[in-house]
Structures are given as structure tokens and as C-alpha cells.
Design a protein around this ligand. Structure first.
Ligand code: WTA
Length: 567
């Protein structure tokens, strides 16, 4: 029996009140995600249950019970309170996938502050942009990453506290730095959790758009209501499961379904803090007897590439339910997983902005390989005509994926950018920025993005951000960044560059530009190739037309070029 049961029955008369009741939440009362992820589970009699099985890249292992999560998150919360952090302040987590990241997140939420997780591989400039935009007050980081913070702290007057979670006393602490040891601190049995309500801000996740710098997607504590229920129904999490979400909490999957969902459901989850290797991943599943596995298409394609032979070396029979998110899940990957694991990966579709899964293949429902599945009950999803933003009356038409606003975990705004937020709505629909079609049975089929954002290995890259970094190099006159096809990552970043007078294209110059921008960008946003060109295609008004370059890379029709200045 799946948690979900029958689609039609679940949709009929659905109300989010069902989730509120399961969580024992009454509208108007206090709701704090930090409390729900730790104290409540202990109150339900699961204090000794394992919450987190953690394995580091050296093979080191740590296990935390729900009572540990409760006590250590209190340690975090008390520490922040003693530092003077107040409700509403932004507190950044800039760490690898160490236990402090997961437990610190819970602790920050207990103080009423807003958690701002950022991917630890970000270069200093990517970090700076996001900390400056959020006016972040404090940052938790590790020794190995603190040098990046040191380089930018002078430009960040609001950043009062740089907290190092693994300080070893070997080199002196510098300005604003403070040492903190989660396990070395005295356990805090009682912490007065800040009374957050449904609409109190909780998490700020930065995401890339087509124009402008990355935007801070702001969520609230009420998001729990849909994160809890979607995890229960879509990931089919049950009390005796061992769950593995492979996503880094620098991205929304790693928080919504890597922290909030499993902890609020009182599930045992495991975390592997190391890079990808097929062998290491299969071994991890075997060792921990993983039952529910939530991963991403690029990882699945990489596993496919590693071949079927290697799978035979491991006992993966514990796997019960598989799901995927972040990019189109190609039918070959679904068919491959049926062949080698005996079950399909279930595609799930959502965004940083939606906070929870909105369209999905439900456990127990027939999977159509290549389709994203059907809308979650309580989510009204449609395909809109791009000319008038009306839903297409008939199936099969390609249009914009639109969602009716109002589900609990929908973003509340873009941080300090209400205008960009308002711009996401048309005719009463929230525009996802993606295109799809719906078939006769109501299944959604992803077609592509409706903007220039590049989705490389599931990570959104703004061409604008890469172009801005390129333009800072002394040789670069103009730049245009598009995607090009890639067998594993689906898309990778490619840059076209024109040079200033006095510079000539060469391999050395390409290398020099690459090294220059590497410091500014996340490794994932790095171009795989820079092509030097004499000019870039432009509209008559001088706007660079990425569309033309994109079409060439993908071998597509170029379309209407009547507004081109040169071609
Ligand atoms: C894309 C990740 C195809 C899409 C949770 C979306 C997908 C963006 C799928 C959000 C899927 C996500 N099939 N494309 N199943 N899931 N996407 O904000 O373009 O990092 O708008 O959130 O990823 O990426 P984000």
C-alpha cells in the first residue's frame, strides 16, 4: 500500500487542512519548522530514533538521534541568541554537507531568524552578491571555506559574525570571526523557541533568472504544510524507511526534501558528504540499506554511463521507491532504472519558488517514461496560451506552465524585489517560466524553459551572471552566454566573446579568461568553452540575441531574424 492511494480519490475534496491536522497545527497558532523537525518528533516518542546517518568523504561516520537533533539545534539557537541575532535576521549556512549544516538549519529556524543556505563551492563573488543582497548578519562556515569570506567581508558591513564550526586554534581568528563547536558545546536542554507564525519568513534561497542578479526566494514557516504532505505522498516515506536525498542543501531540494520533509516526518535519513562516483553511491545504498532514493537526472545518466556490470557487485535490493528532480528525466533513464533496479525513477517537477513538488508521478500510478506526471492534489496546474495567458481548452498544445497561486509553500516574494515577484503573474496565474503540454490523460510533458536560463546538471545558471563576469576581464568587449548540448549534463555553458582592440584570440587568452572568471563564479556556472567571434548577433536596438547563438548550438531553425543588425 502506498501512502498516496488513488489519484481521483485524493483530488476529490482535497484540502491542505489534512496536512495541518496530521501535524497538529491549528490555523492562527504558532508554527515553527525547527520545532516540528526536532522537539515534536521527540514528543511523539521517537527521541531515540535515528534521524541522521552521516558519512564524510574520508569514510568517517556519525549518527544522530532525534533527541540529538533537538539538543544540538538548541545549542545553535542559544549560540545565535547570545550573539544578539534577532528574529528576521538572515543567517547564512556556507558549508559542505556536514552535520552542522543540517542541524544548524533547524537551530536557525528556532530563533526566528531566516536561514540562507548557500552552496559551499561558490566563489567569493557569487557569495558576495547573495550576502550583500540579503544584508546577512551572520554566516556559519568551515575552515576550508573561510578564506572566501575573508576576501569579501570588508565590503559587507552588515556581516557581523563569521562563525567557524571546526576551528582548531591553529591560526588566529580574524576580524568578526568566532569559533563554534556543536558537539563540543554544553547541550542545551531547553531553548525558548521564537513564536513564528504561518507567514513568518523562514528560508531564503537564491535562484538565477534571465535578467538581473540572482533573486532571493523567500519562504515562510507555513511551507511545512505542503513539504510534509508532498514528501509523505510522493516520496512515500514511511516510519521504517531509510531515505537518501542526494541534493545539497545549497539548493531547495536539499532543504525542502533533505531537511524539512524527512525530519518533520520523523524518518531516518542518510547523507553522503562526497562527490559523485557510481561505486561510492551503490556502496552507500548497500551499506545503509537505503529504501527511498531521491536524486537527479544528471546523476542517473552518470550511473547509466558507469554501466550495468558494476551494479551486479552490490546488493541494492533494499531500494523500494526512486524519484528524481531538477531537469527533464529522459525516457531512456526511466527504462534503464526499470531494467537494473526493477523499478522506475518517478519524475517530480517543481522549483525553488514553488517550495514543494507540484507535478509528479505518484507511487503506484503508471509511469509514462518522459512525462512529469500529474499535478499534486491542491495544486491547480495548466498550460497557458502565451498570447493571452488563458489555459488551452484542448490537450496537446504546447504552452506555458501556469500554477494557481495559494498553496502553502509558494514563495511569498523575491527578497527586496517585489517588482520581479509581481512580474511572475499573469491573468491570475503564477508563471513558472517553463513550457509543456498536457496529454489526454492529464499527464504533463516538459518541453523546455521559456527563458534563457541554462539548466546544467539540474543547476540553474543565469547567462547574465556569466556575461557580467566575462565583461570584467580587460580583453572582453562583449559577451553572450548560451547552452550547448551535453550527453550527461544535458546542457553546459558556452560563452561567445568579442575582444577589445589590441587583443587577439588564442588558447592562452581563453585560459586566462577562464581563470579570471573561475574566482567569480560557481564551478557549475563555468563555461565549458569560450568561442571568440568578430561580432555578436543583435537586434536593431542593439540587444544581443542569445536565441540565434542558442539555435546554432542545438542545430535548430533560427526563426525570424528580421530585426537583426548583422547576420
Ligand atoms: C527545471 C529545483 C524538467 C525547470 C527543484 C524548473 C525540471 C527549474 C524538472 C527549477 C523536471 C525542475 N523536469 N525540468 N522534473 N524539475 N526542472 O529552482 O526548468 O533549482 O523551472 O528547483 O528546473 O529549478 P530550481
Amino acid at each position: 500500500m502506498t501512502n498516496f492511494g488513488n489519484y481521483e480519490e485524493r483530488v476529490k475534496g482535497f484540502s491542505w487542512a489534512l496536512s495541518e491536522q496530521e501535524l497538529g497545527y491549528q490555523p492562527g497558532q504558532i508554527i515553527n519548522i525547527g520545532w516540528y523537525c526536532s522537539d515534536r518528533i521527540c514528543q511523539l516518542g521517537k527521541a531515540d530514533k535515528t534521524a541522521l546517518i552521516w558519512e564524510g568523504f574520508t569514510g568517517e561516520k556519525k549518527i544522530f538521534s532525534y533527541n540529538d537533533i533537538r539538543l544540538y539545534s538548541n545549542v545553535f539557537a542559544q549560540f545565535l541568541t547570545d550573539l544578539g541575532i534577532k528574529a528576521g535576521d538572515r543567517v547564512c549556512l556556507f558549508m559542505d554537507r556536514v552535520p552542522e549544516l543540517y542541524i544548524g538549519f533547524v537551530g536557525i529556524l528556532k530563533t526566528g531568524a531566516i536561514a540562507q543556505p548557500l552552496f559551499s563551492a561558490f566563489g567569493e563573488e557569487s557569495l558576495f552578491i547573495r550576502l550583500e543582497n540579503a544584508q546577512t548578519s551572520a554566516i556559519f562556515t568551515q575552515k576550508k571555506h573561510v578564506s572566501k569570506v575573508r576576501k569579501i567581508r570588508e565590503r559587507l558591513p552588515h556581516l557581523k559574525h563569521i562563525i567557524i564550526v571546526d576551528y582548531d586554534g591553529k591560526t588566529p581568528l580574524q576580524a568578526r570571526e568566532v569559533a563554534f563547536s556543536m558537539e563540543g558545546s554544553k547541550k542545551v536542554e531547553h531553548y525558548d523557541i521564537y513564536p513564528t507564525y504561518a507567514e513568518t519568513p523562514s528560508v531564503l534561497h537564491y535562484t538565477s533568472g534571465t535578467t538581473g542578479m540572482p533573486k532571493g526566494v523567500q519562504h515562510v514557516h507555513y511551507s511545512l504544510i505542503s513539504q510534509y504532505l508532498t514528501a509523505k505522498w510522493v516520496l512515500d516515506l514511511k516510519d521504517d524507511d531509510i531515505y537518501w536525498c542526494t541534493a545539497d542543501p545549497g539548493w531547495v531540494t536539499g532543504t525542502s526534501y533533505g531537511i524539512i520533509a524527512p525530519f518533520s516526518l520523523g524518518i531516518t535519513q542518510c547523507v553522503l558528504d562526497s562527490g559523485f562516483s557510481a561505486e561510492a553511491w551503490y556502496k552507500f545504498i548497500e551499506k545503509n540499506r537505503v529504501t527511498v532514493w531521491y536524486s537527479a537526472p544528471t546523476a542517473i545518466r552518470s550511473l547509466m554511463k558507469a554501466g550495468d556490470e558494476i551494479i551486479k557487485k552490490f546488493d541494492l535490493s533494499s531500494l523500494r521507491h526512486l524519484a528524481s528532480v531538477g531537469e527533464p528525466l529522459n525516457p531512456e533513464a526511466v527504462n534503464w532504472s526499470i531494467r537494473v533496479f526493477g523499478k522506475p525513477f518517478h519524475d517530480t517537477y517543481w522549483q525553488t519558488e514553488t517550495g514543494c513538488i507540484v507535478i509528479t508521478n505518484f507511487p503506484g500510478m503508471p509511469v509514462k517514461p518522459g512525462s512529469m506526471g500529474r499535478p499534486f492534489p491542491g495544486i491547480t496546474a495548466t498550460v497557458l496560451n502565451p498570447n493571452n495567458y488563458e489555459p488551452y481548452p484542448e490537450p496537446g498544445r504546447i504552452g506555458l506552465i501556469g500554477l494557481k497561486p495559494g498553496w502553502p509553500s509558494m514563495m511569498r516574494t523575491y527578497w527586496n524585489n517585489e517588482e520581479a515577484y509581481k512580474n511572475k503573474f499573469r491573468n491570475g496565474w503564477y508563471l513558472t517560466g517553463d513550457r509543456a503540454r498536457i496529454d489526454k490523460e492529464g499527464y504533463f510533458w516538459f518541453v523546455g524553459r521559456d527563458d534563457d536560463v541554462i539548466n546544467t546538471a539540474g543547476h540553474l545558471v543565469s547567462p547574465f551572471e556569466v556575461e557580467s563576469a566575462l565583461l570584467e576581464h580587460p580583453s572582453v568587449a562583449e559577451s553572450a552566454v548560451v547552452s550547448k548540448p551535453d550527453p550527461i549534463n544535458m546542457e553546459v555553458v558556452k560563452a561567445f566573446v568579442t575582444l577589445k582592440p589590441g587583443f587577439t584570440p588564442s588558447k592562452d587568452l581563453e585560459l586566462d579568461i577562464m581563470n579570471f572568471i573561475r574566482k567569480k563564479l560557481s564551478p557549475l556556472a563555468m563555461p565549458q568553452e569560450i568561442e571568440f567571434v568578430d561580432s555578436l548577433p543583435k537586434t536593431r536596438s542593439g540587444k544581443i540575441m542569445r536565441r540565434i547563438l542558442h539555435a546554432k548550438e542545438w542545430g535548430e531553425e533560427i526563426g525570424d531574424t528580421s530585426t537583426l543588425e548583422n547576420d
